[in-house]
Design a binder for this molecule. Structure first.
Ligand SMILES: *Cc1c(COP(=O)(O)O)cnc(C)c1O
Length: 349
């Protein structure tokens, strides 16, 4: 149970906050019985739907499990629990749904859109979200070395149209402050770059990752820093995360959020409205609401287009315009994320 684990977390290893997140990173929940025990779930009930994946195994930080309820339908549990539905094959669900392999000029670099490039800093993430569109991505062949860092910087420098670099992965905050610092300093040297953007879920799933050293580094970076969090449900936002958001904002970081529209997690207008309000309380603006990428193993999360549009209209009617994320999908070989055509269905609520 949580109480006993909380005491076992007080490992003698944890001496200062600087090492806390790295210790937590080595102490993730990866065993189904352990997860059930931690959250207080009925093991038999969970075992009935669980499947043990051969790749992309169960992986959940305790700090994320702390926000779950002891319910099989908990929206946070659902995001991370490998279920038998993953084994079903569905037409149209593939291993590389975004054909990203076609936009990979240098190891570690994706250049799909004119003004911005994306660097996959690491293949590792602290949490395995079952709907992850990069769950089959070949990171092994694609992690940038320090040589690649130089190549990537040269590539960016030679293309005047590029003004923003996205650090992604995996989770870019999964790397050490030292390594992240190397990237930030190298990118800070590039005159055409105005903005560095981090796409990360770590502040949500392992908030201690936002430590003082990171905050100072972000604060001192001469480029504008944008952080896009990835929160799907208001239950993911607790006082600890709210505090981290406040610290990030004090360090001059612009906070945005993207969600994926997921069946059984956030496929109701009220759920999305509550999420938007809660984000705003923490100084985070909703940015994107993504349609699910059709990645093999994730079909059970699909919200069909008609339902998505219907609930989007309903969301529009409930919250201020600035609390409505853009409803988009990502299509291979397009010049940007593609807005979903919400006029293709009438408002019918
Ligand atoms: C999503 C994405 C971006 C950023 O797109 P924005 O619309 O600016 O958020 C950039 N590069 C790649 C490869 C992406 O997938």
């Amino acid at each position: 149970m949580r109480a006993s684990v909380a005491s076992s977390q007080k490992l003698p290893l944890i001496q200062n906050s600087a090492s806390t997140w790295q210790v937590q990173m080595t102490n993730l929940l990866s065993d189904i019985d352990e997860l059930c025990d931690y959250v207080g779930l009925d093991v038999d009930e969970v075992q009935a739907i669980y499947h043990l994946p051969s790749k992309f195994p169960l992986k959940v930080p305790r700090a994320f499990a702390d926000k779950m309820t002891a319910c099989i339908n908990d929206p946070l549990l659902r995001q991370v629990l490998p279920t038998k539905s993953e084994l079903d094959t569905h037409a149209g669900f593939s291993l590389d749904p975004l054909a990203e392999n076609a936009h990979n000029p240098i190891k570690g670099l994706l250049h799909k859109y004119q003004s911005r490039v994306l660097v996959t800093l690491t293949g590792v993430c602290a949490v395995h979200c079952r709907y992850c569109f990069r769950q089959h991505f070949d990171y092994h062949a694609n992690l940038p070395t320090s040589d690649d860092l130089v190549k990537i910087c040269n590539y960016i420098r030679q293309d005047e149209q590029i003004c923003e670099v996205l650090l992604s992965g995996g989770d870019p905050l999964n790397v050490s402050n030292r390594r992240l610092g190397l990237w930030l300093s190298a990118l800070a040297e590039l005159p055409n770059i105005t903005t560095i953007r981090l796409h990360t879920r770590l502040p949500v799933v392992l908030p201690d990752r936002v430590d003082d050293e990171l905050l100072t580094m972000l604060d001192n970076c001469p480029k504008k820093i944008v952080m896009v969090l990835h929160i799907n449900h208001a239950q993911e936002i607790d006082a600890i995360l709210a505090k981290k958001c406040q610290q990030l904002r004090q360090a001059g970081v612009v906070l945005l959020n993207q969600s994926v529209l997921l069946r059984g997690v956030n496929d109701h207008a009220d759920t999305l409205a509550t999420l938007s309000h809660r984000l705003f309380e923490c100084g985070v603006l909703p940015y994107y609401l993504h349609m699910l990428d059709k990645v093999a193993g994730a079909a059970h999360f699909l919200v069909e287009e008609e339902q998505a549009i219907t609930l989007y209209w309903e969301l529009l009617s409930k919250v201020a315009g600035y609390l409505v994320p853009k409803l988009v999908r990502e299509l291979p070989h397009e010049l940007s994320k593609t807005p979903v055509d919400i006029y293709s269905y009438q408002r019918n609520f």
